[in-house]
Design a protein around this ligand. Structure first.
Ligand SMILES: *[C@@H]1O[C@H](CO)[C@@H](O)[C@H](O)[C@H]1NC(C)=O
Ligand SMILES: *[C@@H]1O[C@H](CO)[C@@H](O)[C@H](O)[C@H]1NC(C)=O
Ligand SMILES: *[C@@H]1O[C@H](CO)[C@@H](O)[C@H](O)[C@H]1NC(C)=O
Length: 347
């Protein structure tokens, strides 16, 4: 069965592309993962979009990260492997646009930070090669714009910009950024930098006490000015005030089986979406109002097939769609809000 897709790229050479394709164009292996998804949930909020992307053959490595630039309708995928492009660029509708292979060694986290004036993509690189142990900013065509850290030199020490294995970052519209370093290795740090890369505050100790970390793996912000950190090795989420860095609380009761790998809020801010890698599931946890964090409470679960291994995820600020980078399944999948949920979208 044939189907027309019209995809419009936000900028650049790709003003529009029209693609005629067969509906079941993906490889059988990848599509099996899609169809094995089962929903085990009290409240069903999202459904898998089995048609995203158009051609899953573009996924040629282990897909570690995904970032949505909703201003320009783009989805950036970071993948690892030998002799493959490390970054793939799709439209939110699933058209493949381009790939890059420059100056990325071993990508871990990826974040799209676009404004009306500038499209940019940040990548945390944990590679041991000459580009690794850095956090790099690119424009939307893959040109390197900024490098934080000392390329090729892992390490710890007093300089917070000497990264070891930087796991992820989150950039605010103001340009202020929050970095978690890292993904195992020597450092266990949460760092806030100003837009000119001056350190505003830091929590940098390894341990199980409040405001200490063991593998801080993912970081996000909410609209109440709180910073949420997936403290994976400690099987908890810790929360901080974004202005002062003050510790506000922690959630442990939802993560007794496995620590959280990824944290992002749904577009309406009602739920925190948490990926658990080895359990291959996504939890939707009720977001607490400003003030006390309280205990965490799981409202909905998406149980993925065994060995899908969801690592990091991102949410479209326009449609609310969730994009999940699955290391095991070697693909990114898209979940869209069900009809009736998020009725206010687009208004
Ligand atoms: C990407 O770059 C690496 C290192 O420079 C190179 O070994 C590899 O062949 C390149 N891959 C592609 C697809 O261009
Ligand atoms: C951090 O502490 C945990 C136990 O609390 C330990 O397993 C880990 O090796 C420590 N990491 C570093 C970098 O010291
Ligand atoms: C997932 O399982 C692998 C292999 O057993 C292990 O090395 C890794 O630490 C586990 N990850 C988490 C987040 O539990």
């Amino acid at each position: 069965m044939a189907k027309f897709w019209v995809c419009a790229a936000g900028a650049g050479l790709f003003l529009a592309c029209l693609i005629l394709h067969s509906r079941f164009c993906g490889s059988p292996v990848l599509r099996n993962f899609a169809f094995q998804v089962s929903w085990r949930t009290e409240e069903i909020l999202y459904r898998l979009d089995v048609d995203w992307p158009e051609y899953s053959e573009y996924f040629t490595g282990a897909t570690f990260g995904v970032a949505v630039d909703s201003l320009n309708g783009l989805v950036y995928v970071a993948q690892r492997g030998d002799n493959i492009p490390k970054v793939l660029v799709f439209t939110e509708d699933g058209c493949f646009l381009r790939a890059w292979n420059y100056t990325v060694d071993t990508p871990h986290g990826i974040f799209a930070a676009s404004t009306l004036h500038e499209q940019s993509v940040w990548i945390t690189d944990v590679g041991s090669g000459s580009y690794g142990h850095t956090i790099k900013k690119y424009n939307s065509f893959g040109d390197l714009v900024q490098v934080l850290g000392t390329p090729g030199k892992k390490g710890t020490g007093l300089n917070p910009l000497q990264f070891d294995n930087p796991a992820e970052l989150y950039v605010e519209d103001t340009g202020d950024m929050y970095i978690v370093d890292g993904d195992g290795g020597l450092n266990n740090r949460l760092i806030k930098l100003s837009q000119d890369f001056m350190m505003l505050w830091l929590h940098g100790e390894n341990g199980t006490e409040p405001a200490k970390f063991n593998i801080p793996h993912s970081v996000t912000l909410d609209s109440a000015g709180r910073v949420w950190v997936a403290d994976r090795g400690n099987k908890r989420i810790q929360v901080f005030d974004k202005d002062t860095g003050e510790w506000l609380g922690a959630w442990t009761n939802c993560f007794t089986e496995e620590g959280p790998s990824s944290v992002r809020f749904t577009l309406d801010g009602k739920y925190l979406i948490v990926a658990q890698l080895n359990l291959s599931r996504l939890l939707f946890v009720a977001a607490p109002p400003a003030g006390s964090i309280g205990d965490c409470s799981v409202i909905s679960t998406i149980q993925l097939a065994d060995q899908v291994l969801p690592h990091l995820l991102d949410v479209s600020g326009k449609t609310g769609a969730i994009f999940v980078a699955e290391i095991g399944a070697k693909q990114v999948q898209k979940y869209v809000p069900l009809n009736g949920y998020f009725l206010s979208f687009g208004s």
